[in-house]
Design a binder for this molecule. Structure first.
Ligand SMILES: Cc1ncc(COP(=O)(O)O)c(C=O)c1O
Length: 454
């Protein structure tokens, strides 16, 4: 009699998982996840894990929220689908809410993911320059981004991604996508303070724009805090200086808030930790706390106005569409999700709990393999090194020992895997913003024990 295959075997034989070597799944298939609740996920063997990475940095309000289930159910019952060419109540209200939180006037374009939000931003930037007639117009096609940053998997978004391991083997960068280094206070040269280092790295962008010719550059895209690339928090001088550089050269500033938005860093938007207004914000993940696939590109009025025309035949409008953009179920869930973030004060909570976790982790710096503990709000990284004096990054096996040990204890965190060679050495913590103090204690204790195994 043929044995019935387990779900794990069926998965191993039929699903191609992202960023995973499948050879190991032959003998040890994945154990399916069957339930989620609060800060926890449960597998089919009944094992409970504290999900201290919130899915992929997205479940900001925690799992199992009845309010979101109800919002989705109500929307599905009344509006199974609405074309993005048409209007819906939740879409309009969500657009207005996003503009309000960003303190921006302008318009919001909806898509289904962070990658698509960035693709839309690049096309908006190109078309804006072409149509605004300012600062060089037609020639402004280059997009500058930063090494170490992640901006998505689609071909333009991955070209803006400054992580070699995400690109090796897929051909060269799309033309016109260039990178500058980000500030990296831990590895800065010894002659500069962190603040001077921040200013110097903004100057690097200024230089690159000059060398390339400002009239060829459309936009600069940056995560306020590089997240998946290793939690790189800029010195306070950096972002205001970047705004000035972009203004000086007529280059648009795009903040990729896919991870850092929706309270993650202790303010609603990550860039609000500093004083600089963006031209475009892109977001996804925490927008619906991962309960629905939705992304958004928020453009300032200056940009939007360049798309207006009295002649409907002149192709000045944004010629870009996502079938599921502004999907009424996704917008309804996202709107309710933002209400939860506001009602429960989750931005303030992230700031407070972030400080709490940093205090718990303070002692880690004494460990010979811990180079730096850094972060903002509940976006925290621990840079692991072989030795403090050389700062050589800790190897993959040892990083996996820590992650494996924590998983055995029922705690999931991650590392900045598959980013840049020899620097996939940052442990990353990004739990739901609702995670309790007791759960944070459990996470920190498991982390300390894991690090002791190195
Ligand atoms: C900063 C940042 N931008 C963009 C993306 C791409 O988002 P998505 O996976 O929804 O396409 C991600 C995904 O991790 C991200 O971290």
């Amino acid at each position: 009699m043929a044995m019935e295959r387990t779900i794990g075997q069926l998965d191993a034989e039929s699903i191609w998982h992202p960023v995973k070597q499948h050879q190991s799944l032959k003998d040890s298939p994945l154990v399916p996840i069957t339930r989620t609740e609060g800060s926890y996920i449960f597998d089919a063997n009944g094992k409970k894990y504290l999900d201290a990475i919130a899915g992929i940095w997205c479940v900001n309000v925690g799992y199992g929220r009845e309010e979101l289930a109800q919002a989705g159910y109500d929307a599905l019952k009344t509006l199974g689908y609405v074309s993005p060419y048409m209007a819906s109540e939740s879409g309009a209200k969500l657009g207005a809410k996003l503009l309000e939180t960003a303190k921006m006037k302008g318009r919001v374009y909806f898509s289904c993911s962070g990658s698509e939000a960035n693709e839309a931003a690049f096309k908006m930037a190109w078309q804006y320059h072409q149509q605004s007639g300012e600062h060089g117009g037609w020639n402004r096609k280059k997009i500058i981004s930063r090494y170490r940053a992640y901006h998505g998997n689609t071909l333009a978004a991955v070209s803006a991604t400054g992580q070699a391991e995400r690109r090796i083997g897929y051909g060269l960068n799309a033309p016109g996508f260039l990178q500058v280094p980000p500030p990296y206070p831990y590895r800065r040269d010894q002659y500069h303070t962190p603040e001077e280092h921040g200013t110097a790295m903004a100057q690097w962008l200024d230089d690159m724009i000059n060398y390339e010719g400002a009239q060829t550059v459309a936009a600069f895209i940056m995560e306020p805090i590089i997240s998946g690339g290793g939690v790189l928090v800029p010195p306070d001088t950096y972002i205001p200086a970047i705004r000035k550089v972009c203004d000086k050269h007529g280059v648009l500033l795009i903040f990729d808030e896919v991870v850092s938005g929706f309270g993650r860093t202790g303010t609603f938007w990550g860039h609000q930790n500093w004083s600089a207004m963006p031209d475009i914000i892109t977001c996804a993940k925490g927008l619906a706390s991962g309960y629905q696939p939705i992304g958004a590109t928020i453009a300032s009025e200056k940009i939007f106005n360049a798309f207006l025309s009295d002649d409907p035949t002149d192709l000045k409008h944004f010629r870009h569409v996502n079938t599921y953009g502004a999907h009424p179920v996704a917008t309804a869930v996202a709107l309710r999700n933002i209400q939860i973030i506001e009602d429960e004060g989750l931005c303030e909570r992230a700031a407070k709990m972030g400080n709490y976790v940093m205090e718990q982790l303070d002692e880690l710096i004494e460990h010979p393999n811990v180079g730096e503990v850094r972060g903002k709000g509940l976006l925290i990284g621990i840079e692991m090194v072989e030795r403090k004096d050389t700062k050589v990054g800790l190897g993959g096996d040892q990083m996996n020992t820590i992650l494996g040990s924590m998983k055995e204890e029922g705690v999931i965190i991650t590392k900045n895997g598959n980013t840049v060679p020899s620097l996939c050495n940052v442990l990353v913590i990004s739990p739901p913003l609702t995670t309790t103090e007791a759960e944070m204690d459990h996470m920190c204790d498991a982390l300390k024990r894991g690090i002791l195994k190195v």
